[in-house]
Ligand binder design. Structure first.
Ligand code: TYM
Length: 344
C-alpha cells in the first residue's frame, strides 16, 4: 500500500490556501487510498521568531482543524512532530549528507531570510537547515508520496536528492518519495496581492482567508479582492492574476475548471459574490466540527497520544537502519550489557 506523509506548520492560523492546497485532499482521498500520516510540525515553527505560548496554542488548533477537516484517526495517523524523537534524530544524520550550497538555494530560505533581515532581525540557523528536518519527516516513514501545495515542491525535490545520495553512499535505506499536488488551487494567492502566496505567517490579514473566519468576514475579504481594471472575465494567470486566483478558488470550492467558469460570468462583481458564497459553504462544515471538537479537548489529546505512539513504531526501524548504515555504533541494550560484563 502506498505510504503518504504530509504536515502543516503551526506558525499562524490555518488558511484557505492550506485547506485547498493540501488538507482537503488528505481528508477526502489520501486517508482512504493510502497508509497515511499527517503531522503538526511544531519543530519547524521554531525556525522564525516565535512566542512559545502561541506555538503551543497554534499546534493544538492545527490538530483540531485537521480533525475538523475530516481526518479520521481510525483511517490515518495524526500526531505532533516533537512527540516523536526520530525526526530530530534523523535530521542530524541527513545534515551530514546535505550541503551548505543546496540549503542556500532553497527559495523559501532566501525569501524568509531576506524578510527577517529587512525587519532588522537575525536569521536562525534552523531556518537554513529546515528543509533537512522536512526531509527527515518524510524519509523516517518511508513515504512514497507527499501531498503538498506548489510552494513545498522544491523541498520534496531536495528530499529525493538526499534519499538517493544516502542510498548510493551507504546502501539502500530510504524510499525515494515524490510530491503530489492538487489539480487546481495548488497555489492560492493573497487576495490583496495576487502575485504572492496566501501564507499564514504573513501579516497582511485582509488578503488572507482563515479557516475560522466568520462567513461575513470571508465575504468581505473576497468582495474586496484586488483585481485589475479590465471588465471582461478571462482566465489568464500572467496578465490577470487577481481574477485567475478568484476563478481557481471558485473552481476548487464549487467544481469545474477556471477556464470554463470564466465564460459563465459577465462581471467581476458576480464572480466575487459566487466565490465568496462557495468559500463560505466549503468552510461551514469544518467550522461546525471544529466547534464540537473544541468542546472535547480530551478527544484531541487522545488522538495525538495514540498517533505519536504509532508513528514512533513506524519511524524507529528506518532511523536505526540509517544510523547503522552511516557508521554509528549500535547501542547495546541494558540487559545485554549486563551479559557482556559477565562474559568478560
Ligand atoms: P505549511 O504549513 O506552510 O503549509 C501546509 C500545506 O499547505 C500548503 N499551502 C498552500 N497550498 C496552496 N496555496 C497556498 N497559498 C498554500 N499555503 C500553504 C503547503 O504547500 C503545504 O502542503 N514545510 C511545510 C511543512 C512540512 C511538511 C513536512 C510538509 C514540514 N515537514 C513534510 C510535507 C512533508 C510547510 O511549511 O507547510
Amino acid at each position: 500500500m502506498t505510504r503518504v506523509f504530509s504536515g502543516v506548520k503551526p506558525t499562524g492560523h490555518l488558511t484557505l490556501g492550506n485547506y485547498l492546497g493540501a488538507m482537503r485532499r488528505w481528508a477526502s482521498v489520501d486517508q482512504y487510498e493510502a497508509d497515511a500520516l499527517f503531522c503538526v510540525v511544531d519543530l519547524h515553527a521554531l525556525t522564525v521568531d516565535h512566542d512559545p505560548a502561541r506555538v503551543r496554542r497554534l499546534s493544538r488548533q492545527a490538530a483540531t482543524l485537521l480533525l475538523a477537516s475530516g481526518l479520521d484517526p481510525e483511517l490515518c495517523t495524526l500526531f505532533v512532530q516533537s512527540h516523536v524523537d526520530e525526526h530530530a534524530r534523523l535530521s542530524y544524520v541527513l545534515e551530514c549528507v546535505a550541503t551548505d550550497g543546496e540549503m542556500r538555494r532553497m527559495i523559501q530560505y532566501k525569501e524568509k531570510a531576506a524578510r527577517e533581515q529587512r525587519r532588522g532581525g537575525s536569521v536562525r540557523l534552523s531556518l537554513l537547515t529546515y528543509p533537512v528536518l522536512m526531509a527527515a519527516d518524510i524519509l523516517a516513514y518511508g513515504a512514497d508520496e507527499v501531498p503538498v501545495g506548489d510552494d513545498q515542491v522544491q523541498h520534496v525535490e531536495l528530499t529525493r536528492d538526499l534519499a538517493v545520495r544516502f542510498n548510493q553512499r551507504y546502501g539502500h535505506t530510504f524510499v525515494v518519495p515524490r510530491a503530489t499536488r492538487p489539480g487546481v488551487a495548488s497555489r492560492v494567492m493573497n487576495l490583496q496581492d495576487p502575485t504572492s502566496k496566501m501564507g499564514k505567517s504573513d501579516d497582511v490579514g485582509p488578503g488572507i482567508v482563515y479557516l475560522l473566519d466568520e462567513p461575513d468576514v470571508v465575504r468581505k475579504k473576497v468582495m474586496r479582492a484586488v483585481t485589475d481594471s479590465g471588465r471582461e472575465v478571462v482566465y489568464d494567470r500572467e496578465a490577470r492574476p487577481g481574477l485567475a486566483n478568484l476563478l481557481e478558488i471558485l473552481a476548487a470550492c464549487a467544481g469545474g475548471s477556471p477556464e470554463e467558469l470564466s465564460g459563465a460570468y459577465a462581471s467581476y462583481g458576480a464572480l466575487k459574490k459566487d466565490t465568496a458564497e462557495a468559500v463560505v459553504e466549503v468552510l461551514r462544515p469544518v467550522q461546525e466540527r471544529h466547534k464540537e471538537l473544541c468542546a472535547d479537548p480530551g478527544f484531541v489529546e487522545g488522538v495525538l497520544r495514540d498517533g505519536a505512539e504509532r508513528a514512533r513504531g513506524m519511524a524507529r526501524p528506518t532511523v536505526d537502519a540509517a544510523y547503522r548504515a552511516i557508521g554509528l555504533l549500535p547501542a547495546v541494550p541494558a540487559a545485554d550489557a549486563g551479559g557482556a560484563v559477565l562474559r568478560v
